[in-house]
Design a protein around this ligand. Sequence first.
Ligand SMILES: Cc1cc2nc3c(=O)[nH]c(=O)nc-3n(C[C@H](O)[C@H](O)[C@H](O)COP(=O)(O)OP(=O)(O)OC[C@H]3O[C@@H](n4cnc5c(N)ncnc54)[C@H](O)[C@@H]3O)c2cc1C
Length: 391
Amino acid sequence: MPTAFPSAVLGAGRPLTLRGAGHSCDGQTVAGNELLVTYDPAGTEHQVREVGEDAVEVPAGTSWRVVERYLNARGRTVPVLTDHLPVSVGGTLSVGGLGATSLRYGMQVDQVERIQLTDGAGVSRWCSRTEHSELFRFALGGLGTLGLIERAVLRTVPLPRTLRLHRRSHPRLDDLVAYTEQIAARDDVDSFCASLRRGELSSTIGLPDTFSRSGGDRWVTVRHTARAELAHGRPVAPPDGWVRMWSDYVVPAGRLAPLVGVLRSRVPLARLPVMLYFLVLRRPADATAFAFAPIGAAEVSIGMGVYMSVRRTPAAVESARRVFGALLEACAELGGRPYLYGVHDFEGSLVEPLYGPDPARLAQLRSAYGLEHVNAHLPLVRAAVSAAGQR
Ligand SMILES: Cc1cc2nc3c(=O)[nH]c(=O)nc-3n(C[C@H](O)[C@H](O)[C@H](O)COP(=O)(O)OP(=O)(O)OC[C@H]3O[C@@H](n4cnc5c(N)ncnc54)[C@H](O)[C@@H]3O)c2cc1C
């Protein structure tokens, strides 16, 4: 239930879990303690408002669908959308936000101009690249470990009327991996996503409307507003008796094949209910070095999502965790990062290669801003406390 006074709940000091729409994995927003739920798209719709010509201020508890409906009516759009618009703005900005147009614009957090952040004492501050910039850097993509994002001001761009998309099938996974790397090396493509789904390998690129098509290609022009529905359509909930085990990894461009190799050595892709999803991600030149967001320092990266549904038995869940453990290790060795909305068990030895000194700093910031009772159950917080203890 949406809470009228989040600052009072945060300031009360009782163990607290923050939740948007609750779509992240592995019980991140499920805890035995108090829940502060911000998600209320209908109740917060009237608070969405334009700020000047190219920005919009939104409450964190609204959904991207509400934001897009508001913007599209004014000929604008958010530069990057994920493929699931019902989730909350605050919940997505707390993980990163990746989509087909990340190839052009980076993450959703790269589109944020400022956020209103409430700390563990109930004190609210506006944070941006220049104001409380360290809080800005840690809170976006920070899984709510640095307080509650209450509002965000997001950059917007003109809404293109149509998108020109080119879909192709790929005979083998190796072919799709090589093609993804080729796309990462090009700069004339506006959007890209690719997947392995029900045994079928396919990719979709978007090119500017001015691009001249060559004969025989399969082109489709779609309404811009349909772009989120074009993607892979992962099921939101698994069938009864099954568990959703999802995890995504982002590695610098040029290093996708070894990551896929580790997956193939662990999982017989043809037999297990596994879906893969690939995105190309290019950071803006002036991007903030967010502490825990999925893209590190590389200018161009490639994301691989591994989405499994496994039977709800300890053995099946443990076996999926072992696959994710191997992928996390490989991702760290390849200079990449995991996407923290998914399933991740941090091994102590991996924390420093992945995040350098930032986990220890997170523990200090949580203490300084009275946040030790907020989202304390998360593996990221445990890793931060342990990293701080070792310094
Ligand atoms: C079907 C489906 C498709 C998806 N597709 C994509 C995709 O294409 N690209 C992509 O990037 N992601 C995708 N995701 C992942 C999704 O973006 C994340 O799970 C996101 O966290 C969902 O937002 P939420 O509102 O459900 O967040 P929640 O699960 O509620 O919260 C996520 C984390 O943020 C914290 N949090 C929540 N709200 C706040 C707040 N206001 N302030 C501070 N902390 C907060 C929570 O404590 C939690 O740790 C998909 C998820 C689903 C279920």
